[in-house]
Each structure stands twice: as C-alpha cells, then as structure tokens.
Ligand binder design. Sequence first.
Ligand SMILES: *Cc1c(COP(=O)(O)O)cnc(C)c1O
Length: 365
Amino acid sequence: MTEEYADEWAAQALRRVRAGGADVTPTPLRPLPLPAIRGIDIYLKDESAHPTGSIKYRLVRALFREAIANGTLTAGTPVIAATSGAVAVAGAHFARLLDLAFTAVVPAGTPAGVLARIGAEGGRWQVGEQPPAAVQQEARALAERLGGHFLDHFADAGRAMAVCGEPTAADEIFAQLAGERHPVPEWIVTGAGTGATSASVGRHLRDHGRKTRLAVVDPENSAYFPAWASGCADYTTGMPSRIPGIGRPRTEPGFLPEVIDLMIPVPDAASVAALRWLRTAAGIDAGPSTGTHFWGTCHLVARMREAGVRGSVVTLIGDTAEPYLTTHLDPSWVRARGLDPAPYEAAVERFARTGEWQAGPWHAR
Ligand SMILES: *Cc1c(COP(=O)(O)O)cnc(C)c1O
C-alpha cells in the first residue's frame, strides 16, 4: 500500500464517519411540561435518536475519527471491542460504514437481544471468559493477534471526545435553546459511564464561560460519587452497577471530577421509579439511566423552585426502553433484585403534581 493510497483511504473514511454524523440532524431536545412547576423549563435531549439508539454513538464516532486521523485505523484493519453494550452496536455500525470487520468480545450471559443488535449492524461477537474483567484482556489479545484496532472506550474516551467529539451534546443543546425563554440552562444533568459525556459538557461550559452548572447522577455501587466527594481520584468499589451505561466499579480515566459542580447519588429503586413515571405519565420510552438522570433533575428543579429561581434544566435520554422490557421495566425482575420503587414513585408523582419534593432518606437536605 502506498502512502498516497493510505491517505486517500483516511480522507474518505473521515468523510464517511463525519457524514454519518452530519446527516443526523441534532438529536431532538424535547420539552417536558410539568404544569405544577411554573417558571422552570425541563428539557430532555434525546440521545436515543442516534442511528444506533444510544448516547454511545457520539463517543464511538469520536473514537473512530481519532483512530483514523492519527493513522491507527487504516484500510482493512479489523476493529475489536470488549463490551456487550451500546459501544458494540455503535462500533459495528461505524466499522460497516468503513467496510471493516468488527468483533465484540462479550461477557457470558449477554442477552440474545443485544447480540442480535450487534449482528444487525453487521458485527460479529464471541463470548469471553469469566470474570467480565477478563473480557477486556481477551479483546486486547485478539486485536494483537489479528493486527487489529482495539476500540478502548474507557481508556480513550477523554482524549477522543476532546479532539474529535464535536458536535458534542452541549454544542447542540446551546444551539437548540437559543430561541427559548431560558436559553442558558441553570443545570445540565448527566450520568457517568465512561465519563465522556459529563467531561465534554463540563469542558464546553468552561470553554464558553457559561453560568450553567453540571450535575452528575450516580447509581448505587459506583466509584464516581465517592471519588468526587473525597477528592480521591482512584477509587474502587469493585461492585457492578445495576443501571446499564452508568456507574462503574472503579473510576475510569475519562471521568473528569474537576468540571462537575454537583454529584447526586441515586438509589437504584429511585432510578426504576423515575423510569416508570417517564414511561407511564410522560409517554417517554427510555432506558434505566434516563430514570437516574430524571431523578436528579427533579431534585434540582425542586431546589430551584424553593429558592425562587427561574430558568431551564436539561438532561439526557441515554437509550430506549426496548432492551429493558424484560428487566428494569418488568416488575418481577425488579422485585427479584430486592428493589422497591413504590415510595420513590410516589415521590416523583407528587413532585409532578405539586412541585414539592419530599425530604426522604435518599438525600441530605
Ligand atoms: C454510556 C451511557 C451513559 C453515560 O455516558 P458516558 O459518556 O459513557 O459517561 C448513559 N446512558 C447510557 C444508556 C449509556 O450507554
């Protein structure tokens, strides 16, 4: 392969990956009207509207762009990822766009529905060994064996988003709010999985000198809240999160605690409650992380209301409800995990009806 050919491939590949992004008009910013709450506008940025149905589309697009731009990903390079989740689906999507083979090394017990989505995007998968941490090693080894590129979404998230992440969710949010009555939100609320989204929002706020503050919600068992609260950068709980996409057993390199104004720990039962409320009362079909986001949003809106502050609050829809119909959206699955969403559901319902947020055991007032 000549230099010239390699460059040409890269130029064309970058055009394709970028077009894959530009074709998608900004993901919708959906207002969530709550009649009891006057003077505060809530918006949900619908990241499930991306072609692969999740917020990970932005991160994976940035990972591909960066890998092509710096010459790691060239014509014919197989791409390998270690995940059963949304990164594998988006990885398969972009690999196909570039005519590259894609393999996801997935943990044993990955639901058939997830594997089907990887397959539908033209990707392959192989089941890795236990424990799940070994999947990472295995994917790396496979990439070396095949002379392929390991799509390391945890290690490379921060850099790829900083260099090749635009347009970020924050870029789009500010453009979309421009004509609204509160164009600069008081808060943007995200979760943290790789940390890429919260880091990119926080960086945008500082870079543009916005008054908007960044709040990050964190589920049970996650290392992020204790790391942020204690100022200890390397924190490990060793326990997996039950909210897919957010919460990690250890702090990941893409997580940027310095740009976060507030972290809100959210009980898993509260995430499920908020998710159910969004689905039944607001007609929003989203996944569990959106429940966590919305719980934190209710908390902040209530605080604003109490303080007499008007303005807007923006949070994100991370993915769709469909993959969770037999898990988080199935009451028997929830019960079997010892979760009782009922009191939290009552709290969200009351908040939506009256604007009052009941002091509960779930947060200090
Ligand atoms: C990954 C993910 C998040 C969090 O995004 P990061 O940028 O990785 O921190 C939120 N919700 C869902 C559904 C996700 O898959």
